[in-house]
Design a protein around this ligand. Structure first.
Ligand code: AMP
Ligand code: TRP
Length: 334
């Protein structure tokens, strides 16, 4: 039997949602909302794989919910909820821990990056983080998963786990193999300070990223200070090969203005970066500031945000329970 199309994705409530989250993930979430049933999750259990201050975590769960809505998600069209309120995520994650092989986890580059030099001191949760992510997706039998490029390896692992489960228990197609949906034009928004590093919440300098809640003035300042090089904007894409910062800014502009990189190059070729940066700031202000303002407004009505999560939780729970019940039966649990 073919599984019906269903989208699932998650964002960690770790604060400072930025342009990379927006262009790499949230914008895609909204597009998919009109195409199929979608479930969007604030993955609080993933966030605690590194220590979070409890009071900040609470606030960040609500802020991520607000960011979902401010980006255009509609709680009447999509299921919006937080992971820890549906206990099936943790239960299925345990089952999948028993399917996934240690060797598979050892290949995960995000763990290596996040754990840093002293792996012995990383939490066990951080190590098995990808299995919880697989559980998130498989709990709903999701077929489509919009994510940034940095999550591609985790998605491939989810597919391997689904495949091994189906094979071990001889239940062909029980878990669908989820497809990643990754933005083609700008799959990875890079840091404004280093074009070889992705834009991230954890980078120390705030000037490395555009946060969704940044003011107009701050956006202008950040773009003014963004690293470029001394050459003018080239005519051809191939001339951007060794200019990662220039490429990143041009890609961001193209994505925001819905133009191809070729069209952008045509518009600015031979010009100085100062001219281009002005236009880029304008585009950012036009798109990011309204989202930031909506987040701010929504954060003033926390009761509403909690209601959205509660309704989403009820709907998510129903699907999760049904799939978990079948999963338990398949495994032979009483
Ligand atoms: P996280 O904040 O790590 O939970 O990420 C939420 C979503 O944003 C995931 O789909 C990530 O792949 C995506 N994402 C995070 N940083 C970037 C980036 N710099 N460029 C593109 N997508 C990103
Ligand atoms: N690991 C993802 C990230 O850091 C967040 C995430 C958790 C997720 N569970 C998921 C994304 C399930 C897609 C599907 O960005």
């Amino acid at each position: 039997m073919k599984n019906k199309n269903l989208t699932f994705s998650g964002v960690q409530p770790t604060g400072n949602l930025h342009l990379g989250n927006y262009l790499g993930a949230l914008k895609n979430f909204v597009d998919l909302q009109n195409k199929m049933e979608c479930i969007y999750c604030v993955v609080d259990l993933h966030a605690i794989t590194v220590y979070q201050k409890p009071s900040e975590l609470k606030e960040n769960i609500l802020e991520t919910t607000a960011a979902f809505l401010a980006s255009g998600l509609d709680e009447n069209k999509s299921i919006i909820f937080n992971q820890s309120s549906v206990s099936g995520h943790a239960e299925l994650a345990w089952i999948l821990n028993c399917i996934c092989r240690v060797g598979w986890l050892n290949r995960m580059t995000q763990f290596k990056d996040k754990a840093g030099k002293d792996k012995e001191k990383a939490s066990v949760g951080l190590y098995i983080y990808p299995n919880l992510m697989a559980a998130d997706i498989l709990l709903y039998k999701a077929t489509h998963v919009p994510v940034g490029e940095d999550q591609k390896q985790h998605l491939e692992l989810s597919r391997d786990i689904a495949q091994k489960f189906n094979r071990d228990f001889q239940v062909e197609n029980f878990f669908p193999l989820p497809e990643p949906i990754i933005q083609k034009n700008i799959s990875r928004v890079m840091s404004l300070r280093d074009g070889l590093k992705k834009m991230s919440k954890s980078e120390e300098s705030d000037f490395a990223r555009i946060n969704l809640r940044d003011s107009k003035d701050l956006i202008m300042q950040k773009i003014k200070k963004a690293k470029t090089d001394s050459l003018p904007i080239p005519e051809k894409k191939k001339d951007l090969i060794n200019r990662p910062e220039a490429l990143n800014l041009l890609n961001i502009y193209s994505d925001l203005t819905k133009k191809s990189l070729d069209v952008t190059l045509n518009e600015f070729q031979g010009k100085d970066f100062s001219v281009f940066k002005k236009k880029l700031s304008e585009a950012l202000i036009e798109i990011v500031c309204p989202v930031g303002e909506k987040i701010e407004k929504l954060m003033k009505d926390k009761t509403f945000l909690q209601k959205v999560l509660q309704k989403g939780t009820e709907n998510a729970y129903k699907i999760a329970e049904e799939n978990l019940k079948k999963t338990r039966e398949i495994i032979g649990l009483l």
